[in-house]
Design a protein around this ligand. Structure first.
Ligand code: CP
Length: 321
């Protein structure tokens, strides 16, 4: 596997899920694969789970790990071509990337959407530059439009909690005080659509339609309470306006309706549904304290599965070196 961005990069999902369960039984089984191999993790944005779980997965596989926080100690990077570099940005990404590639065998990149220019974000401009110029296998650690390590961990979690029957999974928008990217809901929708035995329903205010390349032909239900009826899993997430129905709204907050916050009354509509969120989560906006602290909240095992999803991805990449 040369890059890991979308669900199809992993091949058949049942095989990937079986591999995840195998690794979960024995996390150190493939430690020989990473001997004398180095993972470089590049962070343009903050992280807790991705940083820790990816490093842990790499260590489980016997790899060395280098972490670079671009905005804390590195030269400030210019990402645009054709500019006169007379600002505070001392180095161009197009030199920095091949230099980074000299020091490692695999690169993970976190680079969020700027939410100003839809075309730039949806072209995955920064990630594609890493793929093109680093000379190394590259995987997304949440980029402008995707968060596949999270979506794979989410799928592992759904399958663990609902191994036999077809699960009704509801992806619901919830309010937030800041404009957030669409990477998590994009990947979640894409992976759940591709997963065996998952019935995905997406619910959000009108105007918040996700990009069809990710959401496919998933059922969209604008009535949140109706969508939640009989749900086995409730996956809450905020996203800013994707600009699909109105390009001028891209990256903006065009709905602040607090009735979308997931509380006990929402969960009461479900089939004793489990509550999921990628974290970090803002309580009182996305979800109430009682729901996230309640017995049906599985946000912690969901986060724990980030180590497993990343282990599968790194194992596949190491096997191809
Ligand atoms: N869910 C997730 O990616 O968390 P971090 O932003 O803390 O890495």
């Amino acid at each position: 596997m040369k890059s890991f961005i979308n669900v199809e990069d992993l091949g058949p999902l049942d095989k990937a899920l079986a591999e995840a369960l195998e690794i979960k039984q024995d996390r150190y089984k493939y430690q020989h694969l990473g001997r004398n191999k180095t993972l470089l993790m590049i962070f343009f944005n903050n992280s807790l789970r991705t940083r820790l779980s990816t490093q842990k997965a790499a260590m489980n596989l016997g790899m060395n790990v280098i972490v670079l926080d671009v905005n804390a100690g590195a030269w400030k990077l210019e990402t645009e071509r054709g500019v006169i570099m007379n600002s505070d940005k001392s180095e161009h990404l197009l030199e920095a990337i091949p230099v980074m590639g000299c020091y490692c065998d695999i690169i993970g990149v976190r680079s969020f959407a700027g939410l100003k220019d839809r075309e730039y974000d949806y072209a995955e401009t920064v990630l594609q530059q890493f793929i093109r110029y680093s000379g190394k296998p590259v995987f997304a650690m949440e980029t402008a439009t995707v968060h596949p390590l999270q979506a794979f961990a989410d799928l592992i979690t759904v399958k663990e909690y609902c191994p036999t029957k077809k699960a009704k999974v509801v992806l619901t928008w919830a309010p937030h005080c800041r404009a957030l990217p669409q990477a998590v809901p994009n990947s979640f929708a894409q992976w759940m659509q591709a997963a065996p035995d998952v019935d995905l329903v997406v619910t959000h205010p009108r105007g918040y339609e996700l990009d069809p390349q990710f959401v496919g032909d998933a059922r969209v239900e604008y009535d949140q309470l109706k969508a939640l009826e009989g749900a086995d899993f409730v996956y809450a997430k905020n996203w800013s306006n994707p600009g699909v129905t109105n390009p001028a709204d891209y990256g903006k907050i065009t709905c602040e309706d607090m009735s979308w916050t997931i509380d006990a009354a929402h969960m009461a509509r479900t089939n004793n549904g489990k509550f999921m969120h990628c974290l970090p989560v803002r309580r009182g906006l996305i979800v109430t304290d009682d729901v996230i602290e309640g017995p049906n909240s599985i946000v912690i095992p969901e986060a724990a599965n980030r180590e497993i999803s990343c282990s599968v991805v790194l194992k596949r990449m190491l096997s191809c070196l």
